[in-house]
Design a protein around this ligand. Structure first.
Ligand SMILES: *Cc1c(COP(=O)(O)O)cnc(C)c1O
Length: 417
């Protein structure tokens, strides 16, 4: 017999607008949500449906077809298939949001969210710690359409009020920043935004739905680059926008107007990744903290930017608002030259040098926030590295870093040489 929660994708989730997820822990929801084995011959995973055309039973049904706001009445591949709906349902169950839509990348989830709520003549507030391509979209594209953009200090909290203008429509948050790891006081900002009828968008990629409750902290729209931990295997690009009741129709309509969507294989692999997300994330967290604690003790390190580390910047807010940390964090080195740091990075064997993160493998990259920050100049005493702790043995990872750091020590800092 099939478990009753898997009989069909509406059991426990009666309609799009009256969804009441059953009261399971989030780890259980990651396993059962968005599965409908009863509708797919009992197979465990919702299969890959490939569709542009979807055939109708008769002419009359075709004439009365379109309702883009009803997942079970959509009738064209772009609007979704059971493969798409499975992941949307799962993301709604995991986040407690009202609706979820899928886009072709994390960045398109960001841009569609912004375009849903910003118009010509509006003012937009964005955290200075924002993912750099989000910044480029605002500076180079939104600005062409007469949108006024102001970057704010990520640690501004309730001070955001002084930056609000009569035409401020959106406050964009990202916490922690995925390069510099400041934690924002999200409840303080969303409270003010609600009073002023400003929509809040949060890039929630770092914490995933598991470690930060975006809607519980007052956010209107939570954006996830599923490319990272949801997929978890560095082989898929996909974005998810989860919206609350007030915003969901605008988001779904904007996504559709732009012809945005995600390919079936990408969606399938993301849903597959989601099943092991809680277990993987726990491991990334442990390995990340192990590396961060080791790095804190090293003489080559000026500071470790890991919000879950006691004493690190943002730790108190992190403890209050987050239930865990992923494996991504930063390290500020002492004043070594770019060349010295390059040599150290090149000497590592287990840490790959590459963009993105959230896969099973460890990564390390140099980053340069001083090149683009505008609200809050970046004045670190030395180079900044970003590490992603993968799922390798932490003992091996530390041995690899130790080898690299010994080279750093041999070459000396700028102030010595
Ligand atoms: C990677 C990333 C994105 C964009 O995701 P893509 O799928 O690579 O487009 C957006 N926000 C954050 C914080 C990211 O790290």
């Amino acid at each position: 017999m099939l478990p009753s929660c898997l009989l069909n994708n509406r059991s426990g989730f009666p309609t799009l607008t009256k969804r009441q997820p059953p009261n399971y822990d989030i780890e259980t929801l990651a396993i059962i949500s968005g599965r409908a084995s009863g509708e797919h011959h009992g197979v465990v995973n919702t299969p890959v449906y490939r569709a542009s055309t979807i055939l109708h039973s008769d002419a009359r049904t075709f004439e009365t077809r379109h309702d883009i706001f009803d997942r079970y009445k959509v009738v064209y591949g772009l609007l979704g298939t059971p493969t798409t709906f499975a992941l949307e349902e799962a993301m709604i169950a995991l986040t407690g949001g009202h609706d979820a839509v899928l886009t072709s990348s994390g960045l398109s989830a960001v841009t569609i969210s912004l375009l849903s709520f910003i118009s010509a003549g509006d003012h937009l507030l964005i955290t200075d710690s924002v993912y750099w391509p989000t910044r480029a979209f605002c500076d180079q594209t939104l600005s062409r359409f007469g949108v006024d953009v102001t970057y704010y200090d990520p640690t501004i909290g309730a001070g955001i009020e002084s930056l609000i203008r009569p035409n401020t429509r959106v406050i964009f948050l990202e916490s922690p920043g995925s390069m510099t790891f400041e934690i924002q006081d999200i409840p303080a900002i969303t409270k003010i935004a609600k009073e002023r009828e400003i929509t809040t968008l949060l890039d929630a990629t770092w914490a995933t739905p598991l470690y930060f409750d975006a809607f519980g902290h007052g956010v209107d729209v939570a954006i996830h680059a599923a490319t990272k931990y949801l997929v978890g295997h560095s082989d898929v690009l996909l974005g998810v926008i989860v919206s609350n009741k007030r915003t969901w129709e605008t988001v779904r309509q904007t996504k559709t107007r732009f012809g945005e969507g995600a390919g079936p294989d990408e969606v399938y692999l993301t849903t597959r990744g989601l099943r092991t997300l809680p277990m993987r994330l726990k491991n990334h967290q442990e390995n990340g903290l192990t590396l961060a604690r080791w790095l804190e003790q090293r003489p080559e390190v000026a500071s470790v930017l890991h919000p879950a580390l006691p004493g690190a910047p943002g730790h108190e807010l992190f403890k209050r608002d987050f239930s865990g940390a992923c494996g991504l964090f930063g390290v500020i080195l002492n004043d070594y030259s770019t060349e010295t740091v390059r040599n150290m990075l090149n000497s590592l064997e287990l840490f790959g040098i590459g963009a993105s993160w959230g896969g099973y493998e460890s990564l390390i990259i140099p980053t340069f926030p001083d090149r683009y920050r505008t609200a809050t100049p970046w004045n670190a005493p030395g180079p900044l590295l970003r590490l992603h702790a993968g799922l390798e043995s932490p003992t091996d990872l530390i041995a690899d870093l130790e080898h690299g750091f010994n080279q750093l020590a041999d070459q000396g800092t700028n102030s010595i040489t």
